[in-house]
Design a protein around this ligand. Structure first.
Ligand code: FES
Length: 575
């Protein structure tokens, strides 16, 4: 069996002198073990309890069960399995020779890996984020860490299999957290702690989602959007899974082709699930690049989710956007790569375009049609819409979150920013039709949310607190001046300081945490690709994470429920 090269050690105390029951024993080199002697049998366990590290040797053994004295976790001494509590304890094979107990310290890596993965899955199932984290750290320590964290890999596989309606926020957040670890913004254990909590809270007590893998007909990329359009979700998933199985790990070109023909056309039909159709497509591809062995589970989860999304722009209030789709579909080829390819797209033209995007859905769609008609690349328009979205997010009126008759939070506006961020990543793979539609969607989305703006600028603050002070005090009033004060060259570093706060301290509810992470990452990415970036992206990220926000409101929940039941009235919204 593949094992580590460590040898076995004899215990100091002769076998004959080891007392019945539980005792602390040491090896010649000073290592501590808990020994449980049952007649002539002896069981050797790690002395550190897997819960919080207190000595198990201070516990009590009875009928083959060792109970930790500190919080009552119980372990089967024959296997090390935890029978009450959380993770199991390491049990060492031991034998008696020459009157001494010899402890085999070697680690059977494959067996230990399997044990830890199973233990993580059990902890996720019972919603114990702390146990997921501890076993995840043990798993990462076991492996030679050259690629992405194996513990994250377990979380990704588990989430993709469990999430009942397909790809969702914890999965999307995991890929951003891993990017932050790679950049040195967040330590891996901290990132794992956030991901473990998100996954444990969302997937506890769920069984695996049924997998639809039986294909009717040939698996072609084009069959995926065709099936989704007629709500043949099982067929769409089976096709995606079949195509995923054909993908060789790391075959980026084939994944790109599948994205273009199979994943993007349905997303191009409509703005899906408040932008999540495109956002999750981008995150899925990112996770597949990190964990290629999970490609089938991830693509399956993505397609399941696409099939359940609301088709936002099919709703009655989005008539102008639907007209925009028809108009751009009728256009000839539009350059899809080089923003500078249209000479009329000057900084002034972009500024005028952003004003139109911010004004309303109709103005945004009209301006997009005009620009596309002039040959402006969709990428340039999406980038301008992203900047407009950052301005919109920074203008968010927090009184929306206190209105009991409304169902609006900052999350409603944040998607208008994360959507174009995803679109920019995917545009190089999109057909002309889809690229133009993404430009229309990005602009219309920002315009549609114009009612979210506060009516007045907040009073200018005289104070000049540091970013750390603003975060510590959750000082929303200091945001506009703070964002403008940070010199352009220092903005990238500001995101690095913001990231741990966004991931760990900003919010309590997982869905808010997920969006704080996504917006911070999107703003950082947009800052990097927008050659006209100003303070707007940083201000948007700060607006998302600094103010204390109402995450739950029983008053609002009750008001909305009563309004609906007694008066059949829907909540006040942004459109
Ligand atoms: S330290 Fe053993 S149960 Fe808590």
């Amino acid at each position: 069996m593949p094992v580590t090269a460590r040898s076995s050690l004899p215990l100091l105390t002769p076998f004959a002198d080891i007392p019945q029951g539980c005792s602390l024993q040491k090896s010649e080199d000073g290592q501590r073990f808990t020994c449980v002697r049952e007649g002539e049998a002896v069981h050797v366990l790690a002395d550190r309890c897997p819960h919080q590290g207190y000595p198990l040797s201070q516990g009590e053994a009875r009928d083959g069960t060792l109970t930790c004295a500190w919080h009552n976790w119980k372990f089967d001494v024959r296997t090390g399995e935890c029978t009450f509590g959380g993770e199991g304890v390491r049990r060492f094979p031991a034998s008696v020779a020459d009157g001494r107990v010899h402890v085999d310290l070697r680690v059977d890596v494959p067996a230990e890996r399997a044990r830890l993965r199973a233990s993580m899955a059990r902890a996720l199932q019972s919603g114990d984020g702390g146990a997921v984290l501890r076993d995840g750290l043990r798993l990462d320590q076991l492996e030679e860490l050259e690629g992405p964290s194996p513990a994250f890999g377990v979380l990704v596989e588990f989430a993709a299999a469990r999430t009942p309606y397909g790809f969702d926020h914890p999965l999307a957040t995991m890929t951003d957290l891993l990017s932050w670890v790679e950049r040195g913004w967040l330590a891996l254990p901290e990132a794992l702690a956030v991901a473990a909590e998100l996954a444990a809270e969302d997937y506890a007590y769920l069984g695996d989602r049924p997998v639809h893998a039986e294909l009717e007909g040939e698996a072609t990329a084009q069959a995926i959007p065709a099936a989704l359009r007629v709500e043949a979700r099982a067929q769409a998933e089976a096709t995606a899974r079949a195509l995923a199985r054909e993908l060789a790990p790391g075959d980026a070109a084939s994944l790109d082709a599948l994205t273009r023909e199979g994943l993007l056309p349905y997303v191009g039909d409509h703005l899906l699930g408040y932008g999540h159709g495109l956002i999750y497509t981008d995150k899925t591809r990112d996770l597949i690049a990190r964990f290629p062995e999970a490609r089938e589970a991830l693509l399956g989860a993505l397609i399941v989710r696409q099939g359940w999304h609301t088709r936002e722009t099919a709703l009655p209030p989005w008539k102008r956007t639907r007209e925009g789709y028809a108009a751009v579909d009728a256009l000839g080829p539009t350059p899809n790569t080089d923003p500078a390819s249209a000479p009329q797209w000057s900084p002034e033209a972009r500024a005028r375009y952003e004003q139109a995007v911010l004004a309303s859905e109709a103005a945004a769609v009209d301006a997009t049609l005009e620009a596309l008609g002039q040959g402006v690349a969709p990428r340039a328009l999406v980038l301008a819409s992203a900047h407009a979205a950052a301005i919109r997010l920074a203008r968010f009126d927090p009184s929306w979150e206190r209105r009991p008759e409304a169902e609006v939070t900052v999350l409603d506006v944040s998607h208008a920013l994360t959507f174009p961020d995803a679109a920019l990543a995917l545009l190089p793979l999109a057909s002309d039709r889809d690229a133009r539609r993404f430009a229309v969607q990005a602009a219309a989305f920002v315009g549609k949310l114009h009612k979210s703006d506060r009516s007045e600028e907040p009073p200018a603050s005289e104070a000049t607190p540091s970013l750390e002070e603003v975060l510590r005090r959750r000082d929303a009033d200091a945001l506009p001046s703070l964002a403008r004060r940070v010199p352009a060259a220092e903005r990238p570093a500001a995101y690095a300081r913001l990231a741990p706060f966004a991931a760990g301290e900003t919010f309590v509810r997982p869905i808010f945490t997920a969006h704080a992470v996504k917006v911070t990452e999107a703003c950082h990415r947009l800052e990097g690709v927008d050659d006209q970036a100003d303070h707007a992206y940083l201000e948007a990220a700060l607006t998302m994470v600094v103010p204390r926000r109402t995450e739950r409101s029983p008053k609002r929940q009750a008001t909305l429920a009563l309004e609906m039941i007694e008066h059949s009235r829907p909540p006040k919204g942004l459109y």
